[in-house]
Design a protein around this ligand. Structure first.
Ligand SMILES: NC(=O)c1ccc[n+]([C@@H]2O[C@H](COP(=O)([O-])OP(=O)(O)OC[C@H]3O[C@@H](n4cnc5c(N)ncnc54)[C@H](OP(=O)(O)O)[C@@H]3O)[C@@H](O)[C@H]2O)c1
Length: 333
């Protein structure tokens, strides 16, 4: 018997319950993992609330969460890729990100094929804080728009888990970074991580501020906020520039009239999902290797300020939804 955070119905943070939970021995091809650090992602909030991406009704009770780091406790028949005692991390379990959840638990079983070995230079907490967020940033920077010296990039919610990694990466690649943030404290954090021009977008018109800073507009926008920022961002981009919407923290982006892209200066729009990126195992391993190297060398620093006990997951969700704090959020069993 062990403990897990389970939900018996969709709803607010109060539906997250700290309960006894049983996990069977690992089956063929499976591995029993003892979690040491568990990520909190916006998708966990979406699964908890219900009705967001989920096509099939959930079979309650559900242990939410889909990303963690830990130690291999035991392996099922046929597993040769990892051994008890190995340090590993995972993001998702092969299917859609919001299905087959189970990370908010002291232990769980997963197919061995989902596991990524952790190098010595990356701690368990860093891994849990950066796998999904870092792979999302990697997908944007390596597949959609690679910031270059001489370019200016606008990053919305630059203090968010993904935003803070994007900020450091764009800066490392030589771009000038403009970052929108929800508070003066977040402005201080993003500036310390390389953002050249933080904009307090809850009190300042960010379109006017970007125009003032750039004249012609930015080369690309990286937007995880969605509904509140995406359409106004069309006015921040220079001709032939790129808008990447990777998230919906404020809600879905409304349907877009393609002709608007022509009128606004022959713009391009991309809406990537990390699951497509992960579908190619070799590319995903290469992306993890690059991320681990950037973190181990200190080029990307992973903010670990928001750490909670696993049983306090409801507090973590309340803080996430209240937009409190900068960087990634991690639960410790
Ligand atoms: N495409 C993919 O595959 C993929 C992968 C990972 C994450 N995502 C998505 O990307 C988005 C950001 O993820 P994250 O992990 O970086 O999130 P996060 O750390 O929780 O940050 C989200 C930030 O969005 C801002 N925000 C603006 N309006 C908001 C609102 N109405 N409610 C809550 N927050 C609001 C807040 O920053 P300010 O206070 O500074 O405004 C908040 O801190 C999420 O929607 C997530 O689901 C997508």
């Amino acid at each position: 018997m062990m403990k897990a955070i389970r939900i018996h119905a969709n709803g607010g943070p109060e539906v997250l319950r700290w309960e006894d939970h049983t996990v069977p021995p690992p089956g063929p091809g499976e591995v029993r993992i003892r979690h040491t650090a568990i990520a909190v992602n916006y998708s966990d909030v979406n699964v908890r609330r219900g009705g967001f991406y989920i096509a099939n009704p959930l079979q309650f009770p559900v242990v939410i969460g889909n990303e963690a780091a830990g130690i291999v406790e035991s392996v099922g028949p046929g597993v040769t890729t990892v051994r008890p005692g190995d340090r590993i991390a995972y993001v998702g379990s092969g299917g859609p990100f919001y299905e087959n959840t189970g990370a908010y638990a002291e232990q769980r079983n997963l197919p061995a094929s989902c596991l990524i070995r952790l190098p010595a230079g990356v701690s368990d907490r860093q891994a849990a804080a950066m796998m999904l967020k870092g792979l999302t940033a990697s997908m944007i920077v390596n597949r959609i728009h690679r910031p270059k010296p001489g370019e200016t990039i606008l990053i919305h919610a630059a203090a968010s888990g993904v935003g803070l990694i994007l900020t450091q990466w764009a800066k490392h690649l030589g771009a000038t970074v403009i970052g929108t943030v929800g508070s003066a404290e977040k402005a201080r954090v993003v500036a310390a991580h390389g953002c050249d021009h933080p904009i307090l977008y809850r009190e300042t018109d960010f379109v006017a501020a970007v125009k003032r800073l750039t004249g012609a507009g930015v080369h690309a926008v990286f937007d995880g906020v969605g509904k509140d920022t995406f359409i106004p961002s069309l006015d921040c981009v220079r001709p032939f520039g790129m808008l990447v919407n990777y998230g919906n923290a404020s809600g879905h982006v409304p349907p877009l009239d393609l002709l608007l892209l022509a009128k606004k200066g022959s713009l391009s729009v991309s809406r990537p999902a990390v699951s497509s990126f992960q579908a190619d195992e070799a590319a995903c391993q290469a992306a993890c290797d690059e991320l681990f190297d950037l973190v181990a060398r200190g080029i990307i620093k992973v903010e670990l300020g928001r750490t909670y006990r696993l049983e306090d997951a409801a507090t973590a969700h309340r803080d996430l939804e209240a937009r409190q704090g900068a960087g990634s959020m991690v639960l410790i069993p």
